[in-house]
Design a binder for this molecule. Structure first.
Ligand code: NAD
Length: 380
């Protein structure tokens, strides 16, 4: 047996760490600093309702990442967040000096939580600064913008994730498992609703097409689309859609209510509903020998589910933000090359479906073919 001296041991360990860093495309600073980089630093860009209400609190209990910095256009929030979350002054940026984040070793991941039309610009600036990127849903306001984000992240050798928190939720995972392991046979039909009743509490950009890219479909529709896809276990091959407006004076230039029908590559058929004027929070999957339902299916949790056997789909309740699991999974993906549950291709695929839905509506509900293959379907 080879006798290992302390020096040989250190050389071997260093080589192993460097090797791991190279294999997983990590900067070498991770290798030489591996003790320090057990947890990756996240900077949140845009400190609105979601960043303040969900992401920042979720980062207080995360295992593989922490709230290291902020980027805000509102000076009064700087002091408030510095105090509340113990953020050092040098990790605070505004939208103008944001690019200098490139020189800040505390920040590994930039998480873009701005209005939808601003995602592409800030994702690309973050990638150019050499930071890994998470962008909120919808990934951007067009397929072309998604392509530009993906290209920039590839060119700058940084990882890209979309804030689809449902992908790492255990209830969602259980529905995916039913599709894969077939305890009720093949999936035949899926249906999902995702909506809420809009009101004056909403920040106004959501009702401006220029900022939001669309209405209910861009905001809540992505949940219904994703529910149908993970329920079916496949991507749609064709889609048709209809738009309904009951309050045109309120929803002046964004969609209020949309229904859509899909056929999937495995012959499953599906139906989705999304609205800014009706509540919906459900996934129903019909199998050859039974059914499963999640309701709620995409709120902040805990979710709830049942099957035709009468069993509740239930996981031991642990008071935990879904976003903690989501951000930890992405940080782990960077640190260990574990799966990326919500890669950029998934966000782009959803925008391709959204664009097909708007096209179908424009053409009076015509069926639009889609050629997605397995794009964005992550096996975990
Ligand atoms: P919000 O309106 O509460 O916050 C938006 C933030 O962007 C604010 O801090 C605002 O000051 C800032 N901002 C910068 N420039 C702006 C401009 N020109 N106009 C308006 N605001 C500007 O919105 P939110 O609810 O936090 O949503 C932000 C993003 O997060 C959206 O993409 C949304 O779809 C997404 N989101 C995701 C989830 C989820 O569950 N994954 C939940 C809510 C929101």
């Amino acid at each position: 047996m080879e006798k290992i001296s302390r020096r040989t041991f250190n050389v071997k360990i260093t080589k192993a760490i460097v090797g791991t860093a190279l294999l997983s495309n990590l900067p070498l600073s991770y290798a030489f600093n591996s003790g320090k980089k057990q947890k990756l630093g996240i900077a949140l860009v845009g400190l609105g309702g979601y960043a303040g209400g969900q992401l920042a609190p979720a980062l207080q209990n995360s295992e593989h990442c922490y709230l290291a910095g902020i980027v805000t256009g509102t000076p009064s929030k700087e002091e408030e967040w510095m105090k509340k979350y113990n953020i050092p002054k040098e990790n605070i940026y505004n939208y103008d000096n944001f690019d200098s984040i490139a020189n800040n070793e505390d920040i590994d991941i930039v998480y873009v939580v701005l209005p939808n039309s601003m995602h592409a610009e800030f994702c690309i600036r973050a990638a150019k600064a050499g930071k890994h990127v998470i962008t909120e849903k919808p990934m951007a306001v067009s397929v072309a913008e998604c392509d530009a984000i993906i290209k920039s992240c590839k060119e700058n050798n940084v990882k890209l994730g979309v804030g689809f928190r449902m992908q790492t939720d255990p209830y969602t995972q259980e529905i995916k498992r039913f599709g894969k392991e077939k305890p009720f046979g093949d999936v035949k039909y899926v249906s999902s609703d995702a909506g809420f009743i809009a009101g004056s509490w909403m920040t106004p950009w959501r009702l401006e097409k220029k900022m939001a890219g669309g209405g209910a479909l861009m905001d809540m529709g992505v949940y219904a689309i994703q529910c149908c896809i993970y329920g079916a276990g496949a991507n749609p091959v064709s889609i048709s859609a209809q738009e309904f407006s009951t309050k045109p004076e309120y929803f002046k230039n964004v969609d209020e209510t949309i229904t859509s029908q899909m056929k999937f590559s495995n012959d499953v058929v599906g139906n989705m509903f999304t609205s800014y004027n009706a509540n919906g929070n459900r996934l129903f999957v019909s199998y050859e020998r039974g059914w499963a339902e999640l309701n709620p299916a995409h709120s902040y949790g805990p979710l709830a589910g049942r099957t035709s056997k009468g069993e509740e789909i239930k996981f031991p309740y642990k008071p935990q933000y879904q976003q903690t699991i989501q951000m930890d999974a992405f940080a782990k993906h960077i640190l260990t090359d574990s799966p990326n549950y919500a890669p950029g291709e998934m966000g782009k695929r959803d925008l391709m479906i959204i664009e097909a839905i708007y096209k179908s509506i424009e053409q009076g509900g015509k069926t639009i073919p889609l050629d997605l293959g397995n794009m964005g379907i992550v096996e975990v």
